[in-house]
Design a protein around this ligand. Structure first.
Ligand SMILES: *[C@@H]1O[C@H](CO)[C@@H](O)[C@H](O)[C@H]1NC(C)=O
Ligand SMILES: *[C@@H]1O[C@H](CO)[C@@H](O)[C@H](O)[C@H]1NC(C)=O
Ligand SMILES: *[C@@H]1O[C@H](CO)[C@@H](O)[C@H](O)[C@H]1NC(C)=O
Ligand SMILES: *[C@@H]1O[C@H](CO)[C@@H](O)[C@H](O)[C@H]1NC(C)=O
Ligand SMILES: *[C@@H]1O[C@H](CO)[C@@H](O)[C@H](O)[C@H]1NC(C)=O
Ligand SMILES: *[C@@H]1O[C@H](CO)[C@@H](O)[C@H](O)[C@H]1NC(C)=O
Ligand SMILES: *[C@@H]1O[C@H](CO)[C@@H](O)[C@H](O)[C@H]1NC(C)=O
Ligand SMILES: *[C@@H]1O[C@H](CO)[C@@H](O)[C@H](O)[C@H]1NC(C)=O
Ligand SMILES: *[C@@H]1O[C@H](CO)[C@@H](O)[C@H](O)[C@H]1NC(C)=O
Ligand SMILES: *[C@@H]1O[C@H](CO)[C@@H](O)[C@H](O)[C@H]1NC(C)=O
Ligand SMILES: *[C@@H]1O[C@H](CO)[C@@H](O)[C@H](O)[C@H]1NC(C)=O
Length: 686
């Protein structure tokens, strides 16, 4: 800015002042805050665009105001505007000429408004923005034809958000002008049909169709698409166009929460890495193909196309190549399906598979030898199936050098390969909870056959850190069970009657979490376990807090559902500075011995979980909430209840009162007579 005289300087300072002063100083002038070239005017009560902002602003944020109509002169003063945010305004109409000077506008956010009302005029306004790249029209109650009108001629658009509208069906005209479109969000509409809708969008890479009502995706041929999210629909079939020679760019396919019965018919060539199929009804049907038991089972499905020119789609149901190209798959999530087995060679087709999630399926046996998992397998979750045995030879196990996380909980496992865990050098976390397993005693080892055994052990698995053995019906743990291990996490809860003190002594150096809930432990000596951070001893009928807990640097303690009547003040004082989480509900606390509660409450660093649910009983066995109980009723904190004294003294008091009345009544006649005599025997003076 040229400096000629005093006045320009003054003006310059004034405008600086205007830029720099925050909203609160000049509520009448401008409720906006300037941050470089961005004007932030969110959460005000503005009914129009402020006209007093610096004219070179590049970004204007007007979210959560009351701008119902964007007037044609609103943006005249801001020709440098690149980004305009108008979300949550109840905006109904953008007047046709609003953007006539906004030649540089690239990003426009109109989310959460009422553009369904003035969509016609608004669409004319949008067409005036020559270089619009990103448009957010989410949550505007837009129906099909409204969206189509608004999107006409927006040929430069790269990002479009139409989520949370009322779109029902899309066809080839819906996005026909959006030749540059790269990302499209159509989540949370009510779409039940998509018919050739994306044929004019050859650059589309990310498409989100989640939370709609699509019944199937067939003839999928968007070779350029990288991410497709079609979760939470009603999809029964996913079929990609079969005879295409192109390699699909698809990397992520999310079909979770649908109704797939078959594994999706994927493209023959693709780079698919992440396949999410959780919560469907996927199963494999290889056993039906060419099976003498089912001679007349249909083996092809034809999808007839209503349109004359479009091809009908035929799918060979139990074809070997059915699953398409899964050779790049790294994550396969099949949680919550109905898989009973894998077709022959299926696992082998995924040489870089690293996470396989099969939780909650119907697998009965797992033969690692025949499945031939790849060496990159990192996570294997087969929890909550019907597994009764795992088969593997040592050679196979030796190939699973990257297996780190193994979850076999909630099965019916009885037979294991002997030394299942020993050859797995990366194993960190094993969950065997809720299987009826035994832990091998060294004598048992000798009697077991060389390939399978009925007990488990984890000798020399030096990498193991977390071991979950919840609800395994374990009674006895061999003294040497954990020697040589460096466990940080041991979960032994829900094994009533388990004896652990000696066996876990060898973990005293490393153990950070110990779960002993519902094990009927009475007194456990924690004093050697200096690394412990978290202890769960809930549901154990404990009458006292184990004294040995006080010397450890505990962060989290679960004492719920025991028989504690109090926590000694000295114990509370020792724990309060260290603890971060405390769970104590479900104990029969004495209302007059709750000083511990105030101690923990006063220590602001302790999170008392379910604080308002902690109850105590007074002398009359009435239940109160500790939080609201006033020690007024107790003579002294930690002592007897005042009530007790009242109860003790009231009868005595009553006795004396009663006694006095009786005594009074027997003496009274004489007194009465005397006073009557006094009054009546007085000589009258008439
Ligand atoms: C869209 O653009 C085409 C060609 O640029 C033009 O002929 C047509 O009138 C435009 N449509 C609207 C509704 O502006
Ligand atoms: C689209 O808008 C919705 C709601 O405003 C938002 O939750 C979602 O993240 C947006 N999608 C993308 C891809 O930005
Ligand atoms: C797909 O969309 C749903 C719903 O928005 C979301 O929860 C999920 O994480 C998305 N999937 C992927 C792979 O991003
Ligand atoms: C695919 O390639 C094969 C041979 O390479 C050819 O015969 C066939 O016509 C091609 N199909 C398409 C749809 O291009
Ligand atoms: C035929 O089906 C039965 C029942 O599902 C199955 O037990 C059997 O293994 C199948 N036979 C072949 C050859 O797949
Ligand atoms: C299979 O189909 C043939 C002819 O189509 C028929 O004769 C036969 O009875 C069918 N078998 C069964 C088990 O339905
Ligand atoms: C699709 O199948 C229907 C019914 O059999 C048939 O009339 C139509 O010609 C087929 N269309 C094509 C393109 O093959
Ligand atoms: C496991 O698979 C191997 C190799 O296919 C096979 O030799 C073995 O018999 C199978 N074991 C069981 C118990 O099915
Ligand atoms: C095991 O994992 C490491 C790192 O996560 C990786 O570099 C290595 O290639 C993997 N091994 C195999 C056999 O995939
Ligand atoms: C193992 O799977 C069960 C059931 O799916 C789950 O509750 C548990 O948290 C998993 N274990 C670990 C260590 O993540
Ligand atoms: C302690 O163990 C019990 C029984 O297994 C469980 O229900 C509870 O959630 C655990 N407590 C914490 C804090 O995880």
């Amino acid at each position: 800015m040229p400096i000629h005289a005093f006045t320009p300087i003054f003006l310059c300072l004034l405008s600086m002042w205007r830029i720099l002063t925050p909203a609160s100083c000049h509520p009448h002038l401008s409720p906006c805050q300037m941050i470089q070239k961005t004007a932030v005017c969110n959460d005000g009560k503005l009914r129009s665009v402020p006209s007093v902002l610096p004219d070179d602003i590049e970004e204007l944020q007007l979210n959560s105001n009351h701008i119902q109509t964007l007037k044609s002169d609103s943006l005249l003063y801001y020709p440098s505007l690149k980004t305009l945010n108008l979300a949550c305004n109840g905006l109904e109409t953008i007047e046709a000429n609003t953007f006539q000077e906004s030649k540089l506008l690239q990003r426009l956010t109109l989310a959460n408004n009422n553009l369904h009302i003035g969509f016609h005029e608004s669409s004319q306004a949008l067409r005036q923005i020559p270089g619009l790249k990103a448009l957010d029209l989410s949550e505007n109650k837009l129906e099909d034809e409204m969206a189509a009108a608004l999107l006409q001629n927006l040929t430069s658009l790269e990002y479009l958000n139409l989520s949370g509208n009322l779109l029902q069906r899309l066809d080839e005209t819906s996005f026909s002008d959006l030749h540059q479109l790269k990302e499209l969000d159509l989540q949370r509409n009510i779409m039940f049909e998509i018919d050739g809708a994306f044929d004019s969008n050859p650059k589309l890479q990310r498409l989100n169709l989640a939370f709609n009502y699509l019944p199937c995706l067939r003839d999928f041929h968007m070779t350029q698409l990288v991410v497709l999210n079609a979760s939470y629909n009603s999809i029964e079939w996913f079929i990609s166009r079969q005879e295409l020679n192109d390699t699909f760019q698809l990397q992520t396919l999310d079909l979770s929460h649908n109704r797939l019965l078959f594994f999706p018919f994927l493209p023959d060539r693709s780079h698919l890495q992440y396949l999410y199929l959780s919560h469907n009804r996927v199963s494999f049907y290889e056993h039906l193909a060419n099976n003498a038991t089912f001679p007349n089972v249909t083996s092809t499905v034809v999808f007839y196309n209503m349109k004359k020119y479009a091809p009908n789609v035929t799918a060979q149901l139990w074809d070997e190549s059915l699953h398409g190209d899964i050779s790049s798959l790294e994550i396969l999530d099949l949680k919550g399906n109905q898989v009973k087995y894998f077709p022959q060679g299926f696992i082998q087709k995924m040489p870089v598979l690293s996470r396989l999630r099969l939780c909650t399926n119907c697998l009965e046996t797992l033969n690692l030898t025949s499945e031939k998992f790849s060496g990159s397998l990192y996570e294997l979750d087969i929890s909550n199936n019907r597994l009764n045995q795992i088969v593997a030879d040592e050679e196979t196990l030796a190939t699973l050098g990257n297996l780190t996380y193994l979850n076999l909980s909630l099965n019916d496992l009885q037979v294991f390969p002997s030394g299942l865990f020993s050859p797995l050098p990366s194993l960190r976390s094993v969950d065997l909870s809720y299987n009826s397993i035994d832990i091998c005693f060294s004598e048992d080892d000798k009697s077991s056959t060389d390939t399978a055994s009925a007990c488990v052990d984890w000798k020399d698995v030096v990498s193991l850190r977390q071991l979950y053995l919840k609800g395994c019906n374990i009674k006895r743990i061999p003294n040497s069970a954990f020697t040589g291990l460096s466990l940080t996490h041991l979960e032994l809860s829900d094994n009533p009657g388990i004896k652990v003190q000696h066996s876990i002594q060898s973990l005293s150096r490393t153990l950070q979490y110990l779960g002993l809930a519902n094990t009927q432990i009475q007194d456990f000596d924690f004093s050697d376990f200096h690394s412990l951070k978290s202890v769960n001893i809930s549901r154990n009928s404990l009458y006292h807090l184990p004294h040995s807990l006080l010397n450890i640097d505990l962060k989290s303690l679960d004492l719920r559902d025991n028989k504690l009547s109090t926590i000694l003040s000295s114990h509370a004082d020792a724990l309060a500075p260290k603890l971060q989480t405390l769970l104590v509900t479900g104990n029969p606390f004495n209302c007059c011995q709750t000083e511990w509660f105030r101690t923990f409450e006063a220590a602001k660093t302790v999170n008392i979980v379910g604080k308002s649910d902690i109850e105590c009983q007074d002398l009359l066995q009435t239940t109160h909430r500790v939080e609201h109980f006033h020690s007024f009723w107790c003579l002294e904190e930690g002592g007897e209840s005042l009530l007790w004294y009242i109860l003790l003294f009231v009868p005595i008091g009553l006795f004396f009162v009663g006694f006095s009345i009786v005594a009074l009544l027997t003496i009274e006649p004489q007194l009465l007579q005397k006073s009557i005599k006094k009054k009546c025997l007085k000589p009258t003076s008439y």
